[in-house]
Design a protein around this ligand. Structure first.
Ligand code: NAP
Length: 256
């Protein structure tokens, strides 16, 4: 069934050139949104834009590194000059470590890379998104956390810290702006079949089966299954929801 919940709305998807972000960008465009994709790899960004245009959708790619203040300024200058509004944002760009290492074996580079992208990047984007939404009288933001934002496994300390941080930031920002009609929620995906999930399998193929065994539904999630939750939280159907996380993980976390 095709609906048009986002007809002519301006929607930003960071990390929209791959995996979960790509699925969300395609889904927003299918429902009528003008989608702005922000990420670093231009070739992949342009190819998602082409996919959207081939289906008569509207999209553009703006090369952005969410860890760089100058790139963020440039991104929002373009959004402001071109549209002067932003209705929804999916702050999804993120990185993980391909190797699972215990806390003392993580390096400063691991810390800086994951914290800067997964947590500071979300905050830097929200600093620009919220004023645009306030100016137009409201908007909806979804931040991409993880099931590692509410529980964790051995070897994930820095990633889990960054994703727990995303949930804290989401709740605090939601409280700050609930009275001004800017809703801010988070999605917590379980194991979703994307390039990020495949990275550790390349180093150790056994990890695939070990991971699968942790999921009660005994299958990996699909990027579209996260996009569906994100679109719902951004839509008017979720108009009374703010400061909460939606877990989409095939039953994983039921035990914890
Ligand atoms: N897959 C899972 O099982 C899973 C589970 C829970 C949560 N998540 C979260 O879901 C989000 C998307 O991950 P994915 O699984 O879809 O992996 P992915 O396919 O590797 O996508 C990651 C995206 O983030 C972008 N990105 C990374 N660093 C960036 C930076 N500094 N500036 C701008 N964009 C950047 C990448 O684009 P460029 O490299 O071109 O910049 C890419 O589009 C991440 O936040 C991840 O932590 C994933």
């Amino acid at each position: 069934m095709k609906t048009n919940r986002f007809q002519d709305k301006v929607v930003l998807v960071t990390g929209g050139n791959s995996g979960i972000g790509r699925a969300a960008a395609l889904a927003f465009a299918r429902e009528g949104a003008k989608v702005v994709i922000a990420a670093r790899r231009e070739d992949r960004g342009n190819s998602v834009v082409q996919e959207i245009k081939d289906k008569q959708g509207q999209a553009e790619f703006i090369r952005t590194d969410v860890t760089k203040g100058k790139d963020i300024e440039n991104l929002f200058k373009i959004i402001t000059d071109q549209y002067d509004r932003l209705d929804c944002a999916f702050n999804n760009a993120g990185v993980s470590s391909a190797t699972m290492r215990r806390t003392v074996n993580m390096t400063m580079e691991d810390w800086d890379g994951m914290m800067d992208t997964n947590l500071k990047g979300v905050w830097l984007c929200m600093k620009q998104e919220i004023p645009l939404m306030l100016k137009q009288g409201g908007g909806a933001i979804v931040n991409n956390s993880s099931i590692a934002g509410i529980s964790t496994e051995i070897g994930l300390s820095v990633y889990a810290a960054s994703k727990h941080g995303v949930l804290g930031l989401t709740k605090a920002a939601a409280l700050d702006y609930a009275h001004r009609k800017v809703r801010i929620n988070a999605v917590c995906p379980g194991f979703i079949h994307t390039p990020m999930l495949e990275e550790p399998w390349k180093l150790n193929p056994q990890i695939k089966d070990l991971t699968l065994a942790l999921i009660p539904m005994k299958r990996f999630g699909k990027p579209d299954e996260i996009a569906g939750a994100v679109l719902w939280m951004c839509s008017d159907e979720a108009s009374f929801m703010t400061g909460r996380e939606m877990v989409v993980g095939g039953g994983q976390t039921i035990h914890s």
